[in-house]
Design a protein around this ligand. Structure first.
Ligand code: NAD
Ligand code: ZN
Length: 330
């Protein structure tokens, strides 16, 4: 039973046909929290009544990727084998007799959903589900991109492109890692107050400049930032973020989901000089191991989640939630 769900930009990509490997009709939603209502035969890790977070990026614990301590990319993830149907290739959703597809095995925009055992994490029974639902995607994705993927060092300079729920979580991760300068970049200036509250030291709106944003950041920092993060999902900003980091030891991380079927053309000289360009799925966390620990850390007040929760709406108003997302109001 899904008790609370967040709305992530990825759900909007899905609805717009921009998310890879999907099939329609589909029930979106992948950032939720709920309570186990019943379990199937052979399920041992959870029991009815347990509080759980669905894992949009599963951890089967058995594949060669899961067994590799350096990988969080389980072979059962959507990008490897689409999670549009259950592992037995059936759907558990129908509408008027017609089959409806699952989304990332989560489909948290349903009041009840069915998930494989290795795609749910049992969490603290005292956790408030309306808050910790953002630990299903936005927070671990952004926070982990800074501390796990980039491994931001104390005293470093970072730039975060895009200040939605995921980008703000990158800002929090950079701050927690001890970055001394965090430059927040967004074309919506309404996002700056919260970014500052969470640790951004400078806020830059590319619309305020006629020159390209990477030139602005080069001038602000001398030779570019140590770490840059693209948290929007546009090919142009992916290249701009790469060009904004130090030409030799800079690390640029792609967090925004690349729009399906689009290509990037870029000057290879950007990499030849030594920069590193990498991607980050689910903040490089091994999901099933990490989520219960992140819930415990939240309960111990090691980080905040409230700034990521801009509105709380009843399920019946979910389309208003999408309007707020599209208008940049959340
Ligand atoms: P969001 O829509 O809430 O935030 C995106 C922000 O980018 C907005 O504030 C918007 O104003 C800003 N923006 C748009 N165009 C810009 C530009 N040209 N320059 C600067 N800023 C610009 O999105 P979100 O929910 O925070 O998600 C961000 C991205 O992360 C999406 O692409 C989403 O699909 C992706 N994502 C990736 C993972 C992963 O595992 N890697 C997980 C979740 C989400
Ligand atoms: Zn696996």
């Amino acid at each position: 039973q899904i008790v609370a769900t967040g709305i992530c930009r990825t759900d909007n990509h899905l609805i717009g046909g921009l998310f890879p490997n999907t099939e329609f009709p589909v029930i979106p939603g992948h950032e939720g929290a709920g309570i186990v209502e019943s379990v199937g035969e052979g399920v041992t890790l959870v029991k009815p009544g347990d509080k759980v977070i669905p894992l949009c990026h599963p951890q089967c614990g058995e594949c060669s990727f899961c067994l590799n301590p350096d990988s969080n990319y389980c072979i059962k993830t959507h990008f490897h084998e689409p999670q549009t149907l259950m592992p037995d290739k059936t759907s558990r959703f129908t509408c008027k007799g017609k089959r409806i597809h699952h989304f990332l095995w989560c489909s948290t925009f349903a009041e009840y959903t069915v998930m494989p055992e290795y795609a749910v994490a049992r969490i603290d029974a005292a956790a408030p589900l309306d808050k910790v639902c953002v630990l299903g995607c936005a927070f671990p994705t952004g926070y982990g991109a800074a501390i796990n993927t980039a491994k931001v060092k104390p005293g470093s300079a970072c730039a975060v492109f895009g200040l939605g729920g995921v980008g703000l979580s990158v800002v929090m991760g950079c701050k927690a890692a001890g970055a001394s300068r965090i430059i927040a970049v967004d074309i919506n200036k309404d996002k700056f107050a919260k970014a500052k509250e969470l640790g951004a030291t400078d806020c830059v709106n590319p619309k305020d400049f006629t020159k390209p944003i990477h030139e602005v950041l080069m001038e602000m920092t001398g030779h570019g930032v140590d770490y840059s993060f693209e948290v929007i999902g546009h090919t142009e900003t992916m290249t701009a973020a790469l060009a904004s980091c130090h030409f030799n030891y800079g690390v640029s991380v792609i967090v925004g989901v690349p729009p399906a079927a689009q290509k990037i053309t870029f000057d290879p000289m950007l990499l030849f000089c030594g920069r590193t360009w990498k991607g980050s799925v689910f903040g490089s966390w091994k999901s099933k191991d990490a989520i219960p620990k992140l819930v415990a850390d939240y309960m111990e007040k090691k980080f905040v989640l409230d700034p990521l929760i801009t509105h709380t709406l009843p399920f019946s108003k979910i389309n208003e939630g999408f309007d707020l997302l599209r208008k940049g109001k959340r």
